[in-house]
Design a protein around this ligand. Structure first.
Ligand code: FAD
Length: 305
């Protein structure tokens, strides 16, 4: 069996694999798509010490760094189950193979929930954005919209109000789900406008970038067009943890519960990055928690074998 088997090949998984391999222990990494969400990212300006890079470039650098070490890299493979058989953990793959390991690090990340309206996919990274910390500064002085009036949507609106010209929040329901303190703060900002009962129906673009969006007022059934350069979709981040249900503790939202050492509720199984309860989903944070999980797994190995 592997000493450490990492599931997921994004920033968290790559970091965990490198930290594990540097201990001279048998390390494997199995991933559906190496690079993870980074592959969908155009410009990255907050990966500290690298002023600017692009997603695919960073993903390639991650892979090159992993390949510097003696790590079994298995890509295009999806894990479908995790179980414990005696003191060994088994990870089952969609192809039917079963990988055995003394410790497992789960780093399967998350995906943004999408609106599923015309134009959204076409204008992704061309005005349709999901991460205000990442892409907010690209819309400096411009009008933007935020889709979703939950905590992340209202936080995004407050954040973006300081950078952009103005922010219109569109909430589907007739009330906001965000915490009161956030709503009050957003309402106090002169360049934030909140529209409730609004159903986004289309992303409008021209010359390869977003120029606006269309929404329907659900009370009057009237259609409106909003002229914006950016649309931040904040309707939820879904952890890729479906295959772990029943195997270990997940929160109601599906995040893998971990402690300060990256340990999950199942001894010997660690987790890192966007799939976990770690707050603030970012590349640098995923890499940090990946390192923590690998060191946690190493600690577990020297105590238990
Ligand atoms: P992920 O990157 O999601 O990687 C998950 C890995 O697990 C992938 O290899 C995936 O294929 C694999 N996987 C999933 N399920 C399975 C399974 N069942 N079996 C096997 N493998 C599986 N952050 C920043 O810091 N700066 C930015 O500028 C930035 N911009 C972003 C722009 C966009 C459009 C998006 C979507 C995100 C952006 N982020 C940015 C967030 C950042 O990409 C994530 O926080 C980070 O990638 C999370 O790393 P991770 O390794 O935890 O998960």
């Amino acid at each position: 069996p592997y000493d450490v088997l990492v599931v997921g090949g994004g920033p968290a998984g790559a970091s965990a694999a490198i930290y594990a391999a540097r201990k001279g222990i048998r390390t494997g990494i199995v991933a559906e798509r190496f690079g993870g969400q980074v592959m969908d990212t155009l410009s990255i300006e907050n990966f500290i010490s690298v002023k600017e890079t692009e997603g695919p470039k960073l993903a390639m650098a991650l892979e090159e760094h992993v390949k510097q070490y003696d790590v079994d890299l298995m890509t295009n493979q999806r894990a479908t189950a995790l179980r414990e058989v005696g003191s060994v953990k088994e990870v089952e793959l969609a192809c039917g193979a079963v990988l055995k390991a003394k410790t497992v690090i789960l780093a399967t990340g998350a995906r943004w929930r999408e609106m599923n309206v015309p134009g959204e996919t076409q204008y992704k990274t061309k005005g349709v954005a999901f991460c205000p910390h990442c892409d907010g500064p690209l819309f400096k002085g411009k009008p933007v919209a935020v889709i979703g009036g939950g905590n992340s949507g209202i936080e995004a609106a407050i954040d973006l109000a300081g950078i952009t010209r103005d922010v219109t929040v569109l909430e589907f329901a007739d009330s906001l789900r965000a915490d009161d303190v956030l709503v009050k703060k957003a309402e106090s900002l002169p360049n934030v406008k909140i529209v409730k009962s609004a159903m986004t129906t289309e992303v409008l673009g021209a010359d390869g970038k977003v120029v606006g969006l269309q929404y329907k007022d659900r009370t009057s059934d009237e259609s409106h067009v909003l002229d914006v350069d950016g649309i931040f979709v904040q309707i939820g981040l879904v952890p890729n943890s479906e295959f772990l249900k029943g195997a270990l503790e997940l929160t109601a939202r599906g995040e893998v519960v971990i402690d300060a050492h990256g340990q999950t509720s199942l001894p010997g199984v660690f987790a890192a990055g966007d799939v976990t309860t770690t707050p603030y989903k970012q590349i640098i944070i995923s890499m940090g928690t990946g390192a923590t999980a690998a060191l946690g797994a190493f600690d577990y190995l020297i105590r238990n074998s």
